[in-house]
Design a protein around this ligand. Structure first.
Ligand SMILES: C[S@@+](CC[C@H](N)C(=O)[O-])C[C@H]1O[C@@H](n2cnc3c(N)ncnc32)[C@H](O)[C@@H]1O
Length: 258
């Protein structure tokens, strides 16, 4: 597939539609990610102490419970950013096609370069868009996912409902998201890391306040049981919730009810 700014197989958002689809919050979010796009991948590794790789691997594995996807199968990666997860999906499932969606053209530009380098242009497409109103028809994708992105979506329920709408019945909707560890021996250390170490390292390396925002948004994110209930409320059955690093991140795997 041609990795153009808009998906050739769906009507692209025109400039004015694009603006009206973006709330002021989202616009701010996209602008923030545009600023840090070139340093984003490196910062991620440092801040998560390299653990995000195995968390992402678990997310990708969750998308196909049978272990395989076919040539007609399309997977959606929402808030794809620099396409890290989208690329992992394309490599893990060599027959499937992958669509990534994100409002930050700066992040997508970095993603396009990575896709080009990996030689995966034919099976991948990156689309500028908002999780709260996606330019895809109902039931298009065999599975959909979002990694470290649902926190950034101003109306989370709408974002989750949209992911459910565009996924086939019985398809998997997986969400990987950071959380504030609340229980266990490691919890105080993990909280200290997220609240104080992450914003400092982030602003030190990126010269940007974006990582102070990250700490605040993690603290504001609902606890796993509450978030799982939100997923249930939009038509998903929770298959499992897997905590990583004492709950510093959680993988929520849902299945669309028929
Ligand atoms: C922390 S990054 C995660 C990127 C990528 N999924 C990853 O795993 O590295 C969050 C992403 O959410 C995107 N984002 C912010 N608001 C959004 C929205 N309303 N809809 C979809 N994506 C959004 C940002 O542009 C950014 O690329």
């Amino acid at each position: 597939m041609n990795p153009s700014p808009t998906d050739a197989s769906t009507p692209p958002l025109s400039g004015s539609q694009n603006q009206s689809a973006l709330s002021p919050d989202l616009d701010g979010g996209a602008a923030m990610f545009d600023r840090i796009a070139k340093r984003y991948d490196r910062l991620n590794r440092i801040i998560s102490l390299g653990m995000d790789r195995s968390w992402r691997r678990s997310l990708v594995e969750s998308l196909a419970p049978s272990g395989a996807l076919g040539a007609a199968d399309e997977v959606l990666d929402v808030a794809t950013g620099t396409a890290d997860v989208a690329l992992r999906i394309a490599k893990r499932y060599p027959d499937a096609r992958v669509v990534g969606l994100d409002p930050s053209s700066g992040m997508l530009e970095v993603g396009r370069q990575k896709i080009e380098q990996a030689g995966l242009k034919q099976r991948m497409n990156l689309v500028v868009g908002d999780a709260q109103g996606m330019p895809f028809e109902d039931n298009r994708f065999v599975a959909s996912c979002i990694a470290f992105g649902i926190r950034n979506v101003p109306d989370r329920i709408r974002g989750l409902a949209e992911m459910t709408r565009v996924t086939r019945c019985e398809g998997i909707v997986s969400i990987l998201e950071l959380g504030e560890p609340r229980h266990g021996l490691l919890a105080p250390f993990a909280r200290l890391h997220v609240r104080h170490v992450v914003p400092r390292i982030g602003s030190w390396i990126s010269g940007d306040e974006a990582y102070a925002y990250l700490s605040r948004s993690v603290a504001d994110f609902p606890p796993p049981d509450d978030f799982a209930q939100l997923m249930e409320s939009v038509g998903l059955s929770i298959e499992r919730v897997t905590p990583f690093a004492a709950g510093a991140a959680n993988l929520y795997v849902g299945r669309k009810r028929s």
